[in-house]
Design a protein around this ligand. Structure first.
Ligand code: PLP
Length: 345
């Protein structure tokens, strides 16, 4: 395996072409045999529904190199299930969990030289996606589909390590009630490009969306979920039908209870009640855990624990989550799927 000679600790969250990606076509009512290819360009009909009507969904997950050299996938069954829900919401054929996980493993093994070493701040990000393709013009589901998985070695989405970032409340909505907020579909992210750009131009890491009905409750942090910890040690994750059901969020809800002894609740987080929380954070596959230093709203910055230091519970949750993902801390049953790659030739 030729060393790609990357500075593993300074990768950032940027695209980089890796060796092979998995491609599988859906034609004649079924998924055909998938294959790995060096070609990172897709050849699509100009009438593809993915291009015009946003008929596409995706996933984001990571592979981690452990101390003993083995490779961990973190709860890939959860990503597989979420992609099934996203496909169903957009009238696309679903990919079975076996097919999904097998494709991910093939891609990890085919690009093993890009897997960041144990102990670096980076990991191998996997991007599975399904798109509607084929000749079409009317607003209807596509005649054909493509399921792909590619991978990119990445560092954290927000600034390196466990450093607090400030966020700003957005006036825009990310998702409509009963819309597609709970599905991981491109349209949600297209809608977030302008608010996110405006937030960064004002020197914030990203924006926070409020609930679209009343604009009083926190929903989501850019492309990550929100959590907060009350002064009496309750871990709170916003309750909303239009929030993406993050796998990191679900995992933190469990770890906060089982490993940190916190009470946990999914509840409304009112923007005019931020003083109820002593710590807050953004969590997701790409964001990992990003402590929220402060939130800008109504002309002032509300600071939680500190703008510069990480709160103790956020610190412990981060250590627990990373320890499990990297294989240093025992994982709850079923959370880690080993990816066994054949020895290099
Ligand atoms: C809008 C949004 N919310 C939350 C998350 C977190 O989900 P997960 O923990 O499954 O990565 C993501 C993905 O990273 C996201 O795009």
């Amino acid at each position: 395996m030729e060393d790609p000679k990357l500075d593993w600790d300074a990768l950032g969250f940027n695209y980089r072409k890796t060796d092979l990606r998995y491609v599988c076509h859906w034609r004649d009512g079924q998924w055909q045999t998938g294959y790995l290819t060096e070609d990172n360009q897709l050849h699509l009909s100009e009438g593809s529904t993915a291009l015009h009507y946003g008929q596409q969904c995706f996933e984001g997950m990571k592979a981690y190199r452990c101390k003993d050299g083995s490779i961990n996938l973190f709860r890939p069954d959860r990503n597989a299930e979420r992609m099934k829900r996203s496909c169903a919401r957009l009238l696309m054929p679903t990919v079975s969990a076996e097919h999904f996980i097998d494709a991910c493993k093939q891609v990890v093994c085919a690009n093993e030289r890009f897997l960041p070493p144990y102990g670096s701040a980076s990991s191998l990000y996997l991007r599975p996606f399904v798109i509607g393709v084929g000749d079409n013009i009317g607003i209807r589901t596509a005649p054909e589909f493509i399921f792909c998985v590619f991978c990119v070695p990445v560092g954290p989405l927000f600034k390196g390590g466990l450093q607090p970032s400030n966020f700003v409340i957005s006036d825009y909505d990310r998702a409509a009630p009963n819309g597609t907020g709970a599905a991981k579909v491109g349209g949600n992210y297209a809608a977030s490009l302008l608010p996110g750009t405006e937030a960064r131009a004002a020197n914030f890491a990203d924006c926070i969306y409020l609930d679209p009905m009343t604009h009083t409750k926190i929903e989501e942090v850019g492309s990550a979920n929100f959590f907060a910890i009350t002064h009496d040690n309750t871990f709170v994750a916003p309750r909303s039908p239009s929030v993406l059901q993050g796998i990191t969020r679900a995992s933190l809800l469990e770890l906060a209870s089982s490993r940190l002894g916190l009470r946990t609740v999914e509840d409304d987080v009112y923007i005019d009640n931020l003083s109820a929380y002593k710590e807050a954070g953004a969590c997701g596959t790409a964001a990992v855990i990003t402590p929220i230093g402060g939130i800008q709203y109504g002309g002032r910055l509300h600071v939680f624990h500190s703008e510069h230091e990480v709160g103790p519970f956020t610190q412990r949750l981060y250590a627990e989550l990373m320890g499990i993902q990297m294989g240093d801390i025992e994982a709850p049953a079923g959370w880690v799927e080993k990816c066994d790659c054949p020895a290099p030739q």
